[in-house]
Write a protein that binds this ligand. Structure first.
Ligand code: GDD
Ligand code: MN
Length: 362
């Protein structure tokens, strides 16, 4: 077992791998280390490049994940695959200056910190050549991160850090594992606030390939924050599901008005059309927002839509049943009866669709 394991998630980083391994050798040569690449079966063949090197270099290990995506979850699996007492996490694109690693290791070994973060925002560090827009986004994200970190640090968004293995193991069962921000996830999920030290570094330019940060990643970040703040009380997914449902009511009444008043269709026909349109619209919104990590495509999409119709129809029946039941007992509070029906109906829709429509992939 090496003393230090460097875990590196990769997706389409073919051209960066050889140089990165070379640089790690140069910096860590004298230490007792290994590197673990976790590749999500990159279409550019990154994994083959890693394996070529691994076949002659015993310090290089790798995991190839098939049918999966995600920086955070890749890092988690990489760390869990090692037994090293100290684990570093860094990017493959040479933007994280590997020459900081020995100082990080020394700090962890001599002090009583549990995590050392390479920070762009302490004296001596910098965000390098971030575009103005990216810099502003990063600033906003950093401020929001303060909601969940429980520890004072300047760069909770950093993807470059080193952690003691047992501190990681203690937090692992509570990690959300979604998106890009594994450090933030760790800080927010550890059973006890982590003792953190920071050390400066300058964020470099990407050597080859392109960044995977896109709107989906930003959405994941919002979900991570929601999970670590309100998640203790109510699943953020349910909140989204309910918001989509609320929007569905609007869709329903708009369609109903158009069908009944404008197209002058019979009321039962108009109402039926409105229900179908609202259900269909809710399905697609939930599929792209609420369940974006389990998004259905192709045949699965069609099947999902059909199960969703079936579930919502049952939800509608339950809604009316419960409302009628409450209404008999409390003749005055008709709105309470209506609300009770709506709550039961939507909880049913949420629970059933999360089991039958957006099933967790094995
Ligand atoms: N296995 C795997 N799966 N790896 C991934 C995935 C994925 O779905 N998405 C990205 N990666 C890898 C990339 O190949 C790269 O090695 C690393 O994760 C970071 O991805 P980039 O696309 O280069 O991210 P970035 O440069 O925009 O963001 C970096 O800077 C942030 C600071 O602003 C990352 O280091 C973040 O972690 C960091 O917080
Ligand atoms: Mn990058």
């Amino acid at each position: 077992m090496p003393e230090l394991s460097v875990v590196i998630p990769t997706f389409n980083e073919l051209d960066n791998i050889p140089r990165l391994v070379e640089r790690l050798h140069k910096t860590l040569g004298a230490e007792d280390w290994e590197v673990v690449f976790v590749d999500d079966d990159s279409p550019d063949g990154t994994f083959a490049a890693i394996r070529d090197i691994a076949q002659t270099d015993p310090r290089v290990r790798s995991i190839r994940r098939i049918g999966r995506r995600g920086l955070s979850s890749a890092v988690i699996e990489g760390i869990l695959s090692t037994s090293a007492p100290y684990v570093a996490v860094m990017d493959a694109d040479l933007q994280h200056d590997e020459r900081v690693l020995p100082a990080m290791l020394a700090k962890l070994k001599t002090g009583d910190d549990e995590v050392v973060v390479a920070s762009r925002h302490v004296t001596g560090g910098s965000i390098g050549e971030f575009s103005e827009e990216r810099a502003r986004m990063s600033q906003l994200a950093t401020r929001l991160a303060g909601l969940v970190t429980r520890t004072k640090l300047t760069d909770p968004m950093s993807g470059f850090f080193m952690i003691r293995r047992h501190s990681f193991e203690a937090a692992a069962p509570f990690l959300s594992g979604q998106g890009f921000k594994i450090l933030l996830d760790l800080l927010a999920s550890a059973p006890k606030p982590l003792r953190v030290a920071e050390i400066p570094y300058v964020f470099g330019n990407r050597a080859h390939g392109e960044s995977k940060l896109d709107t989906a990643v930003m959405w994941d970040y919002g979900m991570l924050l929601a999970d670590k703040t309100i998640g203790k009380y109510i699943p953020p997914r349910f909140v989204l599901f309910a918001l989509v449902g609320g929007f569905g009511i609007l869709v329903h009444f708009t369609t109903l008005a158009l069908a009944f008043k404008v197209a002058r269709l019979a009321f039962p026909v108009s109402q039926s059309i409105a229900i179908m349109v609202a259900m269909t619209c809710n399905f697609f919104l939930n599929n792209t927002l609420t369940y974006r990590d389990k998004r259905l495509k192709g045949m699965g999409l069609l099947l999902g839509l059909l199960t969703f119709y079936a579930i919502c129809s049952l939800g509608g029946v339950a809604n009316v049943g419960v409302a009628n039941f409450v209404f008999k007992d409390e003749g005055e509070a008709w709105w309470l009866a209506g609300a009770a029906g709506a709550v039961v109906g939507s909880v049913w829709n949420f629970a059933a669709s999360s089991v039958f429509t957006w099933r967790k992939k094995a």
